[in-house]
Design a binder for this molecule. Structure first.
Ligand SMILES: [Zn+2]
Length: 136
């Protein structure tokens, strides 16, 4: 049985992280379709999309066009990195804004990060040496 499977998969693309993502997406969409009913021509849209993701994942896994599948994988990783980078940036900014105030220097417009909760303080711009008073 195992030998048969190995022979069957020989020359085929197999599983990569795009396939794992598609399988996860399919599962989420199909589960969601139980609770969220969006119908198009009497067919559950989420269920349909979930099935499409499932079919695509299996199509990629069994595909013999390894180069094309690999190019899809590279594109997927690029998009994924962009998305995770965007959220990491947002989270970093949120964490910063909890601990710091960002002030703009009235002299030169330079953004200055000041720790919160220090009361009234005189800020001296590191760029143009302009001094101004703010409550932090
Ligand atoms: Zn300045």
């Amino acid at each position: 049985m195992k030998q048969k499977l190995i022979r069957f998969m020989n020359g085929r693309y197999g599983v990569d992280s795009l396939n794992r993502f598609l399988l996860g997406l399919a599962l989420v969409l199909i589960l969601l379709s139980i609770f969220v009913r969006i119908s198009v021509f009497g067919v559950s849209l989420l269920n349909l999309l979930g099935l499409a993701a499932l079919v695509y994942a299996y199509f990629r896994m069994l595909s013999r066009n390894v180069q094309k599948r690999y190019r899809e994988y590279v594109r997927f990783i690029a998009v994924r990195n962009k998305v995770t980078g965007f959220f990491k940036n947002k989270i970093w900014y949120l964490k910063q804004s909890r601990q710091y105030h960002i002030y703009k220097c009235p002299g030169c417009g330079q953004k200055i990060r000041i720790p919160r909760g220090k009361g009234r303080i005189e800020i001296s711009c590191p760029k143009c040496r302009h001094k101004f008073i703010k409550k932090s």
